[in-house]
Write a protein that binds this ligand. Structure first.
Ligand code: ATP
Length: 197
């Protein structure tokens, strides 16, 4: 089974596009969701307490807002958090792989596949693009957040142009109608490639 990364900067439409792949019966591993789930595990909480101190906890649970404030403003902290979370997510991915039905390919969806270097472990990578202003507006509407907060979350991500050069496939998510034929084309190509693998 081929392994295919699906990525795009914040608000590009990863979740939406992943949903379309699911309708083609393609298994999707949502790495960002797995990372959020892991923040509730005792093992990870202990590691975070050691590295970030008790200030990021409220009632024995991680205060995600506080943690986000720290890591999105300080590169060294973001690296520290990633060093804890990424290996744990990969571990869960390994277990998930053992459980899924056999299909021509699977999707590994994550926001920072290129930045983390994980793209190298995957057979192909798909990059979703959308104009920055469109992405900012989508994030503000979806998360009921300010423009400033959306921009803070975006600043640690590489520019789209750089990632498009590294990707095997690019989906331009301008609007939902134009997006579906692009996904269908990639699905057909990946299905054909899986026959040759
Ligand atoms: P994040 O990295 O923050 O998780 P994402 O890349 O997964 O974001 P989505 O959550 O899929 O992005 O999309 C962001 C918001 O924009 C959602 O509310 C989604 O419904 C909306 N959206 C995505 N694509 C389109 C589109 N083509 N037309 C209209 N709305 C869209």
């Amino acid at each position: 089974m081929l392994t295919v990364g699906l990525t795009g900067n914040i608000g590009s439409g990863k979740t939406l596009v992943a949903g379309v792949f699911k309708t083609f019966d393609i298994p999707v591993f949502d790495a960002d969701l797995e990372a959020k789930i892991l923040l509730n595990s005792e093992n990870i909480k202990t590691r975070l307490l050691e590295d970030f101190g008790s200030g990021i906890f409220i009632n024995n649970e991680i205060d995600r807002k506080k943690l986000a404030e720290i890591v999105f403003n300080e590169k060294a902290s973001l690296n520290k958090l990633n060093a804890i979370i990424h290996p744990a997510v990969r571990n869960r991915f390994g277990k998930w792989l053992e459980e899924i039905p056999k299909r021509p390919y699977l999707i590994y969806e994550a926001a920072i596949i290129f930045e983390s270097g994980f793209y190298q472990n995957l057979d192909y990578n798909i990059m979703i693009t959308a104009a920055e202003e469109t992405r900012i507006k989508r994030v503000m509407a979806r998360d009921n957040t300010t423009r400033e907060m959306a921009l803070i979350r975006m600043k640690n991500q590489w520019p789209e142009a750089q990632k498009c050069k590294m990707a095997d496939f690019v989906i331009n998510n301008v609007n939902s109608e134009l997006m579906i034929p692009q996904i269908l084309k990639i699905h057909n190509e990946l299905t054909a490639l899986s026959g040759k693998a």
